[in-house]
Design a protein around this ligand. Structure first.
Ligand code: HEC
Ligand code: HEC
Ligand code: HEC
Ligand code: HEC
Length: 225
């Protein structure tokens, strides 16, 4: 058994234990993760759109890294036996992969109130890029210009049309309204435990540009590093 799958199985055992503890504590479907207001007016394009430009290993290979994250499997997880028992534990009658109460955190942009996802979002892709970076329709326009003319960076505010994710973005889903929340999932240096620790969680999903790549590509004009 690989280290990862061993960890996964231990996780599953813990879920079954957690069901007993949190049964009945699920909050109403309508209380759902929110992106900042700055995302208003932009549309979700789906992560197949990101793949074409952010899948180059020399530039951080973000798409490939995402595919290896738990986030990419978030819908699949809802089809597991563990998920079914979690759902039964909180009194759901629908299968979890069809229940708005679960999909709102396990799928990008899912609106529990209308029980639907944005049209370009495939449920099977789970928690995609835009769950954290926000709806990206406007970024695609900036990006197409830059792709053919890197010097245009001088006139483009690259961060203007995206959410810059931070700890609060994560906590929109990583919080105690998740039925498998474990208050002691992470151990801090001090020995204290916590349900979510940004530094450790980010380290597990990090997908930065390698040092110096953007400086070189944009001849020192890229505004952020
Ligand atoms: C046509 C190509 C293209 C597409 C499609 C595209 N991007 Fe980008 N993106 C770029 C370019 C070019 C930059 C500027 C930096 C660079 O050269 O990688 C960038 C920068 C970014 C940044 C970094 C901002 C920073 O902190 O510096 C993020 C985040 C990002 N894109 C996310 C996405 C996501 C998510 C998608 C899919 C919805 C996407 N991009 C689709 C080309 C693209
Ligand atoms: C839209 C909801 C959502 C957002 C936002 C989100 N996550 Fe997650 N995250 C999930 C779900 C759902 C899972 C479980 C996926 C699975 O195992 O199928 C998960 C799992 C994880 C895991 C693996 C489990 C663990 O705790 O070790 C890590 C690490 C993680 N997320 C880090 C982050 C970080 C860091 C951020 C913010 C930058 C973040 N997540 C933002 C929903 C989200
Ligand atoms: C508030 C957001 C949220 C909701 C609602 C939610 N989940 Fe999750 N789920 C997560 C996150 C985040 C994780 C990753 C574990 C972590 O770090 O807390 C996760 C992980 C899981 C896991 C993997 C076990 C684990 O502990 O990693 C299962 C199974 C699961 N969820 C089932 C469900 C089911 C079934 C529902 C609906 C009844 C549901 N979830 C609703 C956020 C949510
Ligand atoms: C769970 C949340 C989450 C998901 C999913 C996610 N990202 Fe990110 N991403 C982040 C965070 C947090 C950062 C770091 C932001 C910062 O501090 O600069 C980041 C940074 C980036 C950067 C800039 C790296 C740098 O060095 O500045 C790019 C490009 C990027 N992400 C693209 C993507 C693409 C493409 C996808 C999907 C294939 C994706 N991300 C999925 C949270 C996420």
């Amino acid at each position: 058994m690989t280290k990862a799958s061993q960890k996964f199985c231990m996780g599953m055992a813990a879920v079954v234990a957690a069901v007993v503890l949190v049964a009945g504590s699920l909050r109403p479907a309508e209380a759902q993760p929110q992106l900042p207001d700055s995302a208003a007016g932009r549309e979700y394009v789906g992560n197949s759109q990101c793949k074409m430009c952010h899948n180059n290993d020399a530039e951080g290979g973000q798409f490939g890294k995402w595919q290896g994250m738990h986030h990419a499997k978030a819908l699949e997880t809802l089809k597991s036996d563990a998920a079914k028992s979690v759902a039964e534990g909180v009194g759901l009658t629908k299968p979890p992969h069809e229940a708005p109460e679960c999909l709102k955190c396990h799928v990008t942009g899912y609106d529990a109130a209308t029980a639907s996802a944005p049209s370009k979002i495939k449920l099977t892709e789970g928690v995609q890029c835009e769950s954290c970076h926000g709806p990206m329709s406007e970024h695609l326009k900036d990006a197409k210009t830059l792709k053919f003319k890197p010097a245009a960076i001088a006139d483009i505010d690259i961060l203007a049309h995206m959410v810059v994710p931070d700890e609060a973005t994560c906590r929109g889903c990583h919080n105690d309204s998740s039925p498998t929340w474990k208050a002691d999932r992470y151990t801090l240096d001090s020995g204290e435990t916590t349900g979510f620790d940004y530094a450790q969680a980010w380290a597990k999903i990090a997908h930065d540009y390698p040092e110096g790549v953007l400086e070189e590509k944009y001849d020192g004009q890229y505004p952020v590093d």
